[in-house]
Ligand binder design. Structure first.
Ligand code: HEC
Ligand code: HEC
Ligand code: HEC
Ligand code: HEC
Ligand code: HEC
Length: 177
């Protein structure tokens, strides 16, 4: 599912189209060096380090469902499969149980978020191209609290496409129709 273009992108793409041959298919000049983001405070102190340490796999919680654009976040029911019996004395787990019962999901704050005019697919990158999660999200398995560790800006996308001989036409990531 491609998403609607913002007018700025539409204009840039239209300009590019007017001067064929001048549309760069190479990664643009590198932006200023990427700075990792601040730790993102979540409604519950969920630790990837601990939970991955118990042997849970990324895809156990982040099920890449058809059509595969999103990795998605786990439902409270998935957490309660353990927490119905584990750490029930914790106020955080009480909050989790309450969220499941009232179907008012925990409002996790987003760490990575694509602008709506960019098309991205987890299915294509993880399953088809075999790119590991850590390439784009860093060492999640070693973190108690997540922060944006890697750039997911246009330069980072195009640079990797260049290296892997993946397509870099503007329309691949921006729908021009
Ligand atoms: C090629 C880069 C790339 C790879 C590889 C990748 N991701 Fe992502 N991920 C992104 C981008 C970009 C976003 C933001 C997407 C958006 O906002 O639409 C994102 C968003 C997410 C989100 C937030 C929810 C969502 O689906 O938007 C989760 C969770 C996530 N990724 C987990 C994973 C896991 C787990 C893996 C490995 C199985 C993985 N990612 C592999 C780039 C990547
Ligand atoms: C495989 C079982 C399992 C699953 C599934 C699981 N957890 Fe846990 N979780 C644990 C265990 C065991 C601990 C205790 C770790 C410790 O204290 O060392 C824990 C600890 C926690 C804590 C810390 C509680 C406290 O007060 O110390 C939070 C918060 C938490 N989990 C949230 C979640 C969330 C949210 C999910 C679903 C996304 C989830 N867990 C899924 C086993 C699980
Ligand atoms: C027990 C379930 C569970 C497991 C296993 C798990 N995650 Fe998560 N993941 C979560 C929850 C809950 C959140 C939201 C809270 C947070 O950001 O810490 C999250 C958030 C994320 C995000 C940030 C999404 C966004 O943009 O807001 C990324 C990236 C991510 N996980 C990647 C991974 C990777 C990579 C692995 C494997 C190394 C993994 N996760 C394993 C439950 C899990
Ligand atoms: C680690 C390298 C890498 C990174 C980083 C990366 N990509 Fe890709 N991407 C690939 C490869 C390899 C393919 C080709 C997959 C194939 O055709 O089998 C691809 C394919 C695509 C496609 C084509 C999907 C289709 O329908 O065929 C889109 C769109 C795309 N990437 C968008 C993005 C965006 C947006 C980003 C940045 C957020 C990004 N990619 C970051 C390696 C990467
Ligand atoms: C591999 C994916 C990919 C390709 C190919 C691509 N872009 Fe982008 N583009 C992105 C991403 C990701 C962003 C969002 C950047 C951000 O959030 O900082 C973006 C943002 C933009 C923006 C908004 C301004 C900005 O810098 O944030 C414009 C304009 C744009 N792209 C034009 C183009 C043109 C023209 C082409 C063809 C030469 C192109 N893009 C090719 C991924 C891509």
């Amino acid at each position: 599912m491609k998403r609607k273009l913002g007018w700025v992108v539409a204009a840039a793409l239209a300009l590019g189209g007017l001067v064929p041959g001048q549309v760069s298919r190479k990664a643009p000049d590198p932006p200023p060096e990427f700075k990792p983001g601040e730790p993102v405070e979540q409604p519950l102190p969920f630790s990837h380090k601990k939970h991955v340490g118990f042997g849970l796999k990324c895809l156990d919680c982040h099920v890449i469902e058809d059509p595969g654009d999103f990795a998605g976040l786990p439902s409270e029911a998935k957490c309660m499969a353990c927490h119905a019996a584990v750490k029930t004395e914790s106020p955080h787990i009480a909050k989790l149980a309450e969220a499941e019962k009232t179907s008012a999901p925990i409002e996790w704050k987003r760490v990575y978020r694509m602008k709506e005019f960019v098309y991205f697919s987890h299915e294509v990158h993880h399953r088809e191209a075999g790119v590991d999660c850590a390439v784009c999200h860093g060492e999640v398995a070693a973190r108690d609290v997540l922060f944006q560790e890697r750039s997911v800006g246009m330069y980072a996308c195009m640079k990797c496409h260049e290296q892997h001989k993946a397509p870099n036409d503007c329309e691949v990531c921006h729908d021009t129709h």
